[in-house]
Write a protein that binds this ligand. Structure first.
Ligand code: NAD
Length: 389
């Protein structure tokens, strides 16, 4: 079977779905790996490096025309989607719960697609968890961006000219990205405080050398399904902001990472809280893509309000294409091998047999036999149709 790896064409995307070190793992068992020429350029991988690992370098149509295709992003509508062969298997971060349109196009094209952002957060699927991999990159990058934007020392410095106090960093949201931001700020020597709606993360925060800001418990636990937080009611969010106001005003740097799956990001910092920060302070809002944890965040931009720099980066993992591609490729390859071991055929014959019942396959399966089969995505498409007509 041939696995195609096309170059990503979405504007600003520099990652690649397979790096040379993972070619051997994907081709094990007699499969061929066809990589589009230039696919690895953005992540620093030359064509020759893929060829040395046994990949064949091909043109775009050939990579997209393989029986199985490995990508980072959803194929672009039109030409790229149409280049996929009916019955082909596609593995990518399709993000159908953010934008279900590509799922519809893939179903119409007869492609069997699997969305890596739907991999369950279970121990068994840990090696395939691209969300954690990308959040790790984003958390690290947020800390480094914050250090640059703050234009001050993170560690305490004792010099002949006197002592400089360490930076005070506050991290809001201590999931995968938040914990990595805490760890990175600690490595840089900052004094770090952290907060999360789920008090269960206290131990992880403290094990990284940060202190945990414990809010008096809400009437109903903030713990939602699957280890995620639930969306808080407006009055609960207001209580959080009131609780956080003093810590935010004292911080030199605030890194926000709070997200709730399928909902707008919680609003943790309002305009008044920004105005109460010292001029020169910095907010890095990793939730910018989901509406932002700060009321003044402008997604994709860095703005200065009341002397405070508010940075709202988008596509953060793509800003570190080399490690992001390496981690993505390892997770995607582990998933591809899992699909094959579970018995997913490529190409999927027409008419398609029922997909295997494996829990990881079932959770990630988006389109099959010409239809969108993921329940949550189907519901979103149906309600969008009802609103439209
Ligand atoms: P996420 O990106 O959805 O959210 C980031 C953080 O924001 C979470 O810690 C969440 O509690 C927090 N948050 C949400 N609303 C908030 C609010 N109003 N105020 C303050 N904080 C708020 O989460 P994630 O980083 O993808 O992971 C969440 C959890 O999933 C992890 O902490 C972990 O327990 C679990 N997880 C498990 C596995 C596994 O078992 N393989 C892998 C990854 C993650």
């Amino acid at each position: 079977m041939r696995w195609g790896v096309p170059r990503e064409r979405r504007a600003g995307e520099r990652r690649v779905a397979l790096v040379p070190e993972t070619v051997a793992a994907l081709s094990a068992g007699g499969h061929e790996v066809w990589v589009e020429r230039g696919a690895g350029d953005g992540a620093g991988h030359a064509d020759e490096a893929y060829a040395r690992q046994g990949a064949r370098l091909v043109e775009r149509e050939e990579a997209l025309g393989c029986e199985a295709v490995l990508k980072v992003r959803a194929p672009l509508p039109g030409e790229e989607t149409e280049a996929l062969v009916p019955g082909a298997v596609l593995v990518a971060m399709l993000q159908p719960l953010v934008d279900p349109a590509p799922a519809q196009a893939l179903a119409r094209r007869g492609v069997a697609s699997f969305s890596l952002d739907l991999v369950p957060r279970t121990t068994r699927a840990q090696a395939m968890d691209v969300l954690s991999a990308m959040s790790t990159v984003a958390g690290y990058r947020a800390a480094v961006d914050a250090a640059l934007l703050a234009r001050r020392f993170f560690p305490m410095l004792m010099t002949a000219a006197g002592t400089v106090a360490p930076a005070r960093v506050l991290v809001l949201g201590a999931g995968v990205a938040g914990l990595q931001a805490i760890a990175t700020c600690r490595r840089l020597g900052a004094v770090v405080q952290a907060f999360d709606a789920r008090p269960a993360v206290r131990e992880q925060v403290e094990s990284l050398g940060a202190s945990f800001l414990g809010m008096p418990p809400l009437e109903t636990s903030a713990e939602g399904e699957g280890g995620y937080a639930r969306a808080l009611a407006a009055d609960e969010e207001a209580r959080e902001r009131e609780f956080l106001a003093e810590a935010v005003s004292r911080a030199d740097v605030v890194i926000t990472t709070a997200l709730v799956p399928g909902a707008r990001a919680p609003l943790l910092i309002d305009e008044g809280m920004v105005a109460a920060m010292r001029p020169g302070s910095v907010i890095v809002d990793l939730a910018a893509e989901a509406g932002g944890n700060c009321a003044l965040t402008v997604p994709g931009e860095t703005v200065v309000r009341s002397g405070v720099t508010v940075h709202g980066p988008l596509d953060v993992a793509s800003a570190m294409p080399a490690p992001a591609s390496q981690l993505y490729a390892r997770a995607a390859t582990a998933f591809a091998r899992h699909l094959l071991a579970a018995g997913v055929p490529a190409p999927v014959p027409d008419p398609a047999p029922a997909p295997p019942e494996d829990p990881i396959v079932a959770a990630t399966l988006l389109t099959w036999g010409g239809a969108v089969v993921h329940d949550g995505v189907r519901r979103r498409l149906e309600s969008a149709e009802q609103r439209g007509g």
